[in-house]
Design a protein. Sequence first.
Length: 408
Amino acid sequence: MIDIRLAREQPEAMRAALSRKGAGELFDELLAVDAAWRSQSSAAESLRARTRLNRRPTPEQLEELQGVKDELKTAEVELEATEKRRTELLDLVPNPPEADVPDGSTDDDAVEIRRVGTEPEFAFEIRDHVELGGFDLERGVRLSGARFAYRRGPSALLELAMYRYALDHLLGEGFEPVLPPVLVRAEAMYGTGFLPNEEVNLYRVDRDDLYLTGTSEVALAGLHAGEILETAELPLRYAGYSTCFRREAGAAGRDTRGIFRVHQFDKVEMYVYTTPENSHAEHERILAIEEELVTKLGLAYRVVCTAAGDLGPSASKKYDIEAYIPSQGRYREITSCSNTTDYQARRLNIRFRNGERKLQIAHTLNGTAMTARWLIALMETYQEPNGEVAVPAVLHPYGAPVRLPAPK
């Protein structure tokens, strides 16, 4: 959540920033309700003080005391309603975007920062990843419904090798590998900003009152919930590998072919805890790691900075890496990395002791290191005229086949 004290001190600046996320009116309501809450809290406390007598009251004082108690009861009912609305608004107001984040609210409003690599050209008819083989979509739908798929045979081995490749690289960058739970309580979803804003995209197990996570970011953020970290420990860097689940609400008719947009997928995720002073540098570092992973695979890509209105509730700034997908003739997102500043840590009560030994809210960041979307770009980029796929040598030590066979 946002820092309400900072909102009171700098309302105009924060409103201007939040308006770029479409939350200006929500912020105005929060300030108004917060002012009412403070006024009502003070009034209620004054009434409580009048109910505390130091000596035996006279009959007149007893009559007056009863009137004060009745007034206090009414005030507490009003205060409770105001406090409830204040909490709801604090839960809904998103993290303000950073000043250098571009304006806009769609993918088209993202600003391209750079392009790297050469888009592959083919002297033969391009096959997409479905035609290249290894994806049993029909049986996946029969088993689980739309947007589910089996990955089979050499393609499955290649995908697993890609995850191991990403984890190995992150180990070299000082990340601790984690296999986290994928079922979490509502508090973890709330803490990371997926509740209440993104509930439409979550799977919930009603019987156990648990949620299936759409990213290991949730579990990695919850790893230190309620804790006080020492400055000497920071930054803490984790690399989580997990299966992820997303409803993809609102995606009807989009990317229905293949595995680009599915309900279940695997992912290697980076998560970092750091100090406010170092969060910008950590953001750039995560992006650099993502770019190195893509570059070593020889994929053409571009880096974009996401527009303010297209950011999630928790993010103050987000970079996406989009790989070139030959069958589509365009760049598509394969990674993102976000600086969530103190937004998630404030909700999860994650603090650290600064140089003066005072408690301060930590900053957190997250970034994608590998998903199955990379497999699409890789297979299509390295396809050959006969339908075989030449697998980059960097993946061979991790169990990837040297070549994927031609489709039957």
